[in-house]
Design a protein around this ligand. Sequence first.
Ligand SMILES: NC(=O)c1ccc[n+]([C@@H]2O[C@H](COP(=O)([O-])OP(=O)(O)OC[C@H]3O[C@@H](n4cnc5c(N)ncnc54)[C@H](O)[C@@H]3O)[C@@H](O)[C@H]2O)c1
Length: 346
Amino acid sequence: MQYSVSFPGGTARYLFNSSFEQIHQWLAPAECIIVTDSNVAALYNHLFSGYKAVITVPTGEVHKNFSTVLSVTQQLLEHKAHRKTFLLGVGGGMVTDITGFIASVYMRGVPFGYIPTSLLGMVDASIGGKNGINIGLQKNLLGTISQPEFILFDTHFLDTLPASEWSNGFAEVIKYACLFDVKLFDELVERDIQYYKNDSSAASALIARCADWKNKIVLADERESGMRKLLNFGHTAGHAFETVCLVPHGHAVALGMLVACRLSEQYGLDAGVTKRLSAVLRQYHLPVHIQADTQQLMDVLHMDKKRSATGIDFIILKDIGKAEIQNVAFETIRQVIQQFINAGDH
Ligand SMILES: NC(=O)c1ccc[n+]([C@@H]2O[C@H](COP(=O)([O-])OP(=O)(O)OC[C@H]3O[C@@H](n4cnc5c(N)ncnc54)[C@H](O)[C@@H]3O)[C@@H](O)[C@H]2O)c1
C-alpha cells in the first residue's frame, strides 16, 4: 500500500509493506548519502553498497546533539554533498530526527527520506515532519518541521530489534489506541508482542494503522496549535520520568499515561479504564509503577513547554478512544503523582 500526504510543509509519500531494495525506484544511490547509527550499520551494512557515502553516528539518545550534527555536517562537506544530494536516514527515531534536522538546515535544505528500522520509528518518530536535537536535558530544543520526501516501511528490520525496543514501540501504539481507537485497544488486549513478531502482515497492518492516525492528526494541525497536542498523551509526566529516572522513552510514556489516567479520573474517567490500561501495559512488558522523588518530577514539570502560571495543559481521557485537553493545577498534579508513586498501578 502506498499513498502521499500533502502537508503545508511538504508532501510525503508513505511506502508501506516495502523492502529496502525498492528504494532504487525513488532515488539514485550514487547521489544519496545514508545516515545511520552504529548498531544498524553493524547489522545492515551489506545493504548500503553503491551509495555515495554512509555516515554512521553513535547509537543512543545522548548523541542526538549538536556535536553529532557538527560531525555529520563535516562529513557531508568531505563527501562534497551539495544541494541536490539526497540524505536517507536509516535507523530508529534518533537517526531519523537527526537526519531530518540536518537535511532541513544543510545549505538551507536538501532532499531527504526515511527508512525507520525500530517499531517506535515506524509508528511514530518518522511520521509528521517534526525533527530535532537535544541541548543538555532539553529534549528537541532545536528543530524544524519539514516533511521527508518518502518514508519506506520494511518490517524485516524488526527481526533484529531487541525485545526492550519492541516494548518501547508498543507504548506509542497503546497511546494511539487510548486516544482514538477502541478497536485497536481491544485487538491489543487479545494479542501480545510475540503475535506481531510472528506475523509480519499483522505488524504491517498495525504500523499502517498508527501511521494513519498520526497523519490524520498532523494533517489537521501540522504546527501543533490544537489537535496535535493530543499526541502528547502520557508524554507530559512521561518526560519528567524520563529526565529524573533515566528510564527508556517507552517506559516513561507508559508511566505517564497512567498518571494522565489518574488525573483523568478527577474529570470523570471511570477508574476501570486505568485498570485496563495498566493490564495492557504489563502485557506489552511496560512498567506500571516506579520509585521516584515527587519534588524532582515537579521541578521538571514546572519547566514544561505546555505550562501556564497555574498549571499544565494535560491530555485527559474521557474514555478509551476519547480525549481532551485540560489545564490541570500544579497542586493537583503533585497529589496525583505522589499517590501514583506510593501506590503504583498493580
Ligand atoms: N519526530 C517525532 O515526531 C518523534 C516522535 C517520537 C519520538 N521521536 C524521537 O525518536 C527517538 C526514539 O526513537 P527510537 O526508540 O527508535 O530510538 P533509537 O533510534 O535510539 O533506537 C533505539 C535502539 O534500537 C536500535 N535499533 C534501531 N533499529 C534496529 C534494528 N532494526 N535492529 C536492531 N537494533 C535497532 C538503535 O540502534 C538503538 O540502540 C527519540 O529521540 C525521540 O525523541 C521523535
